[in-house]
Ligand binder design. Sequence first.
Ligand code: COA
Ligand code: AMP
Length: 628
Amino acid sequence: MTASSRYSDVYAGWQQNPEAYWADAADLIDWDRKWDRVFDPSLGNFGQWFAGGMLNTCHNALDRHVNSGRADQIALIWDSAMEGRVVKFTYRALRDRVAKFAGALRALGVTKGDCVVIYMPMVPEAAIAMLACARLGAIHSVVFGGFASNEVAKRIEDATPKVIITASCGLEPGRVVPYLPLLNGAIEMSAHKPQACVVFQRPTHGVELVAGRDHDFLAIEATAAPADPVSVLATDPLYILYTSGSTGKPKGIVRDCGGHAVALMNSMEMIYGLKAGDVFWTASDVGWVVGHSYIVYAPLLAGCTSVMYEGKPVGTPDPGAFWRVCAEHKVKVLFTAPTAFRAIRQQDPDAAHLAKYDISALEALYLAGERCDPPTAIWAAEILKLPIVDHWWQTETGWPITAGFRGLGLFPSKPGSGGRPAPGYAVEVIDDEGHAVSVGETGNLVIRMPMPPGAAPTLWHNADGYHTAYMADFAGYYRTGDAGIIDADGDVSVMGRTDDIINVAGHRLSTGAMEEVLAAHPAVAECAVIGVADALKGQTPLGLVVLKAGITTPHADICRELVALVRERIGPVASFRDARIVLRLPKTRSGKILRATIRRIADGETVAVPPTIDDPLILDEIGAVLRG
Ligand code: COA
Ligand code: AMP
């Protein structure tokens, strides 16, 4: 820690009086009605923040800045490497479009408390749709474009949207992804049907709309009367974001309005060192929590300029894509997943493309979404000659649990570590019985309750599910599902998940969901999906299947069908490309498949035979299949 770091004082200040800390942070937000209590421990799963307070998040993200002299500042820069276009929106222009589109949604019957599903690519209209819902007090649920109909259907059924907003297509390198057939399939599969759909017609690729159901995004926006922000309770939901859990059923993470606005606003200067007017680029997707928090809400709440990029780090057109965007828009802080840097390094190890661009405005690189291997962090620091800050968070928390703190003078993070706990989080490491482990020892990363503002208060219509998933295992703590270490300096290293969730190119996926798909194939008796180490994506899924007796179809055909089935049912984002047939799966005597043991064999580790295994010889068989 540098001598000038204020981190320890600020963290200690929060520890001594959390309510005073968050009340101060809440002063940065416009409230229509002040809260009754900063924190009411008697409400919800673990208490609620700013209960009784009223506000509107869209007002805070847009109108507040228009009214206070930032109307002509750029709020959002859309840079599409796919269309070869850049479009800039001032705060006034963005507010006006959002107000009109909110008016259009209102005319379709959307009011406070209604749910709206947004299934869109990285176009500004996705952000406009999110903010328009927030303006009306409606609850948006954004579904990532790489999911297939079946996954979209699960989310439609659970969220029961009144309206679904989509686009004519997404653009992936070398491939147009038509959204309407995927959405139509999802609506057909779902027991719940929306009252209407709104389709953004991309200028390059229009589609025919479904008569009587679909409305053209720009046409209804053009004729709508603008809607004013609707005041909602701090504890009302702003959005639901579905994320992978251990089973095939995604978890509907709920974000409430007040705590979210306060926590995100507080994070911008403290963690990222950004102030109003600064340019922030989060290279992610609005379908993930990183995109919700740091492409859309936090930069706008803080009066920054947010860059929204449609493209990849490599191949659109080359590994200089990120440097072009940084140079062209004078990006001050870049935030992305380590996998993006691994991709750039793989294609341009000497960073020859970097030399073509002036990225002198860039002051720091933030990484999250998956564990950053130290060689990638060290390479990034060497080529950029800038502080690299790895920080750890989850869809559930909505903002970083641990980080380096540019605003407090505590950065960069040590390679391999995700930094120190943010004020608001008391992070501890405990063993499976709930006892503290020694400093530097690996264990379950847990957070002492209560969770801070901004963290999910519950799961959508499933408070019991929240309790079971996060609170039941370790009394008094939130279970993060991650394993890690806290070292003698207090730095936290996150080593991996303790459950069946895997992280593929920074995308959180459930092996349980993939197993459900494999098990549905008529030839499959049983199966296991594990995440194996991958030099580019961090992890990729691998499926091992045992066939039913009497199956004569060639194994290669079955494996091809299984790969196609996962792509069709979950989507290309699953990156499921490897299925192998085995005679049996290693299990405990009670019948539990030893997935962690299979994963270690696949990663080439030496594996001690687990004492609970029913037949140790199976490990040799599995090893032979994995090596083959
Ligand atoms: N809509 C439709 N399809 C999508 C999609 C979307 N929004 N996003 C990804 N896909 C598809 C890809 O086209 C690919 O399809 P393919 O199997 O036909 O090639 C598949 O899903 C897998 O995508 P991905 O794992 O992203 O691999 P990739 O090879 O396209 O790109 C990286 C690899 C590393 C370049 C890319 O993952 C990346 O830029 N990651 C950066 C970080 C990031 O976005 N993290 C999110 C959380 S912070
Ligand atoms: P998501 O909910 O998609 O944001 O994924 C959250 C999960 O990603 C965490 O529980 C971790 O397993 C992993 N993760 C996120 N950030 C980091 C990080 N900086 N280091 C290690 N793992 C991380």
